[in-house]
Design a protein around this ligand. Structure first.
Ligand code: CMC
Length: 372
């Protein structure tokens, strides 16, 4: 009996959504290279591609953008919750609870799964921005339907219209995080969905899994590492000590990629531009040096920078605080989760694996007063 710890190399479904070539460092959504999508597409267009399986025409895209924008406002109960919840909470816990509340508000509405997916995706940036501002005692900035998804997100977060470069950088980052085939959080969503539970519960499962530092929270851990290092000259000693202490370099390594994660390659370029614009170039230089030293020490084992290595620098430059980074990741990955759930449910099979029993059997039950 073979045990697949970590389910490595176990296939649980067929998919036509995302293809990863881990040896060559390539990623495709619906057959389109991530390099092209990041350069040429937008959050809305790539979401459409992932959900509908094809690129939209101009009129389809216009209609879809309108539909997404119409769902940005939050139910009063969620705004109330955000105002009352403690200000030092982990933003992923707040987001997880708010999405759960969305399920309660939905109350089994007879909408399609795609309608629900659109509604959840449209509302997540509002939840994130509202909690960000409430934590800083700032007035809430209500969503604007005339702005794109990325523009509106930054507008609600920072209270002013983003520049073109800020808009572009967020659009790119969201596209890069949108789907990644069968990772831990997507699988968590499928486990819940396969019981024929509801989509909100499945997304809550996904958020719970993404929260961990081995998955979606590696971005904030990577940034904390750059801040802790402080100066480019300190990098080598810091990394050597970290590895000596059996600690990992955050934002390095991947179960599937044995070379450079293409998302890290793309983000690096944007991280360089946006950090320069925001006066954070020292942090970028530290990151670049960590990358060089890390590859020198770990590259031969196939351990290279992953998406979380440069994304933290990008999110930080755009105004997100480090503990919010996994929520930004969620705001994009929710598209992939919902698409993968809908694909799985077309031919659902309850996910019910097995565990190999290694304990004793046939023991005699001893009444409590006779136990020593
Ligand atoms: N720094 C140092 N050593 C590492 C690292 C790292 N970042 N990643 C893997 N290794 C080593 C590990 O110590 C082990 O060495 P040995 O065989 O000598 O014991 C070997 O590589 C294999 O590690 P593993 O944990 O069994 O491999 P995995 O396929 O489960 O690892 C990973 C994947 C992402 C959990 C791991 O690379 C890691 O912990 N990275 C740091 C956290 C991180 O950046 N996570 C984000 C992942 S990408 C975004 C996402 O999908 O969420």
């Amino acid at each position: 009996m073979e045990i697949n710890k970590g389910l490595e190399n176990v296939y649980v479904k067929e998919t036509s959504i995302t293809y990863i070539d881990g040896e060559l460092g390539r990623l495709y959504y619906r057959g389109y290279s991530i390099f092209d999508l990041a350069e040429l597409s937008s959050f809305e267009e790539t979401s459409y591609l992932i959900w509908y399986g094809k690129l939209p025409t101009q009129s389809q895209l216009d209609e879809f953008k309108k539909r997404l924008a119409e769902h940005r406002e939050l139910p009063a109960s969620i705004v109330d919750f955000l105002k009352k919840v403690r200000k030092d909470a982990n933003p992923m816990d707040v987001l997880r609870t708010a999405v759960s509340m969305m399920g309660i508000e939905d109350n089994n509405k007879s909408e399609s799964l795609l309608d629900k997916a659109i509604s959840i995706t449209a509302k997540i940036p509002t939840i994130i921005s509202y909690y960000h501002r409430l934590r800083k005692n700032l007035d809430l900035v209500e969503p604007r339907n005339d702005l794109s998804h990325a523009e509106n997100f930054l507008y609600m977060l920072n209270g002013n219209l983003p520049s073109e470069i800020e808009r572009k950088v967020l659009d790119v980052a969201l596209i890069l995080h949108m789907d990644h085939e069968m990772n831990a959080s997507t699988f968590a969503c499928l486990v819940v969905a396969s019981t024929l539970s509801d989509i909100y519960s499945a997304i809550v499962g996904g958020i719970s899994a993404l929260k961990g530092p081995l998955h979606g929270a590696a971005n904030s851990e990577a940034l904390k590492m750059f801040i802790e290092i402080g100066r480019v000259e300190n990098v080598e000693e810091y990394i050597l000590k970290r590895l000596e202490n059996k600690q990992r370099i955050m934002g390095f390594g991947h179960r599937i990629y044995k070379t450079y994660d293409p998302r890290a390659l793309i983000l690096k370029k944007y991280a360089k531009d946006i950090t320069r614009l925001k006066g954070l170039e020292e942090l970028y230089k530290i990151a670049e040096r960590v990358e060089q030293v890390g590859i020198k020490l770990l590259g031969s084992k196939g351990i290279y920078p992953n998406v979380d290595f440069y994304s933290g620098l990008v999110f930080y430059s755009l105004g997100f605080e480090p503990d919010f980074f996994p929520t930004v990741f969620t705001s994009a990955r929710v598209v992939g989760w919902t698409a993968q759930i809908m694909e799985y449910l077309q031919d659902n099979r309850l996910i019910r694996p097995k565990a190999k029993y290694v304990g004793e059997i046939g023991k005699t039950y001893v009444p409590i007063h006779n136990r020593s």
